[in-house]
Design a protein around this ligand. Structure first.
Ligand code: NAD
Ligand code: WQD
Length: 339
């Protein structure tokens, strides 16, 4: 297929673009480079031995979107582009609603005009909010607790309404749990701007010497070791989940929601231990107060994706830490270091 990948130079988009190219799909990547660089795409092309088209464009620019559809005639869209920093979304809600929600409306309008009605959307486990019931199942109510999460919830609602209004649409809403790791080559990986918000990139930057120690947010949760438990999923398993979802919806109409997680929870201390083992060194840490808005435990029931997509996430926490470390140690400053 010819696939438009929005946000394709970003972390998950670059790994999925690699999988798409290796599976023989033709890819056009569009990204405004707000949180990424084209170096990821250079490396994806080097790894796959294939080229993808690249257009630097913003979802908020309807004319640019129109030109992409007119020139490249994609048959399906995988929509990663969006802003994702929870704290920033609390400080700048309008920026987040405009970029993520209005940007998606522009994309959907362009798709409709060009008779492209197959879309895989990057949603998030964040739509479950602070639910205390685990595992999380797709039919549980959405209850996001911050503006970022509410943009995901609103886009899911928009896509569900769209699917209900017009039976020609094929829509997959993929709720990612905690994506980590990197391609096994270490050539592509996660390269956060500024201080990482998420645990794994922070741990990796401490291990590589860019930061002094990890602050463990809370050790008094009702969990086996008192620290928060999450469902970490290897980014290459996640990428494969997109291809499975695309295959599924390319052959069927309607709206589907799938959790993409492993179904296993790991605590912050377990992650630190696994990463220290992978890096062959202790990663210094210190306990700190809980981070506001954090749930104690979050992990998926991934059985719907397994049953319907024939997909499951097979890589272990050790695999995730090994590959994340391999990327970080080869690229201590991320993509900025070397070509
Ligand atoms: P990322 O920031 O690495 O990638 C997102 C890309 O979108 C970036 O390259 C950015 O430049 C681009 N972008 C943002 N706004 C744009 C706009 N208006 N026009 C064009 N491009 C724009 O993030 P990621 O981790 O790869 O996440 C991809 C998607 O998955 C996002 O929608 C994110 O919300 C979602 N998601 C991520 C996680 C996670 O923990 N990484 C978890 C659940 C869901
Ligand atoms: C994991 C665990 C922290 C950093 C976030 C978003 C969510 C989704 C995935 C996009 C928690 C603890 C973290 C640190 C720590 N993104 N922690 N020290 O909060 O589960 O989910 O990313 O959709 O929307 O909210 O992931 O990696 O930030 O935290 O102790 O420096 O690590 O308290 O228990 P989270 P995370």
């Amino acid at each position: 297929m010819r696939i438009l990948v929005t946000g394709g130079t970003g972390y998950i988009g670059s790994h999925t673009t690699l999988e798409l190219l290796q599976a023989g799909h033709d890819v056009v990547v569009m990204d405004n480079l707000a949180n990424s660089s084209t170096e990821s795409l250079n490396r994806v092309q080097e790894l796959s031995g294939r080229t993808a088209s690249f257009v630097q464009a913003d979802l908020l620019d309807p004319q640019a979107l129109e030109a992409i559809f007119a020139e490249h005639s994609p048959e399906a869209v995988i929509h990663f582009a969006g802003l994702k920093a929870v704290g920033e979304s609390v400080a700048k809600p309008l920026h987040y609603y405009r970029n993520n929600v209005a940007g998606t409306l522009n994309l959907l309008a362009a798709m409709d005009r060009h008779d492209v009605r197959t879309i895989v959307f990057s949603s998030s486990a964040t739509v479950y909010g602070a639910s205390e019931e685990v595992p999380l199942v797709e039919d549980m109510p959405m209850d996001a607790v911050n503006p970022y999460g509410r943009t995901k919830e609103q886009i899911e609602d928009i896509l569900a309404d769209l699917g209900a209004s017009d039976e020609r649409w094929s829509i997959a809403l993929l709720r990612y749990f905690n994506p980590v790791g990197a391609h096994e080559s270490g050539r592509i990986g996660e390269d956060p701007t500024g201080v990482p918000n998420n645990l794994l990139p922070f741990v990796a930057q401490v291990a590589v010497g860019r930061r002094e120690k990890v602050m463990v947010f809370g050790n008094d949760y009702n969990t086996p070791d008192g620290t928060g438990v999450r469902d970490y999923i290897h980014v290459m398993d996640l990428a494969a989940g997109h291809l499975a979802a695309l295959d599924y919806i390319a052959a069927r109409k309607g709206v589907k929601r799938w959790n993409l997680g492993t179904g296993n929870g790991s605590s912050v201390l377990e992650v630190l231990a696994a990463f220290s083992k992978a890096a062959g060194k202790d990663v210094p840490y210190e306990f700190a107060p809980r981070r506001p808005g954090d749930a104690a435990v979050s992990y998926a029931d991934p059985s719907a994706a397994r049953a319907e997509l024939g997909w499951s996430a097979g890589r272990s926490l050790d695999d995730m830490c090994r590959d994340h470390w391999n990327w970080q140690k080869q690229n201590p400053q991320g993509y900025a270091t070397q070509a």
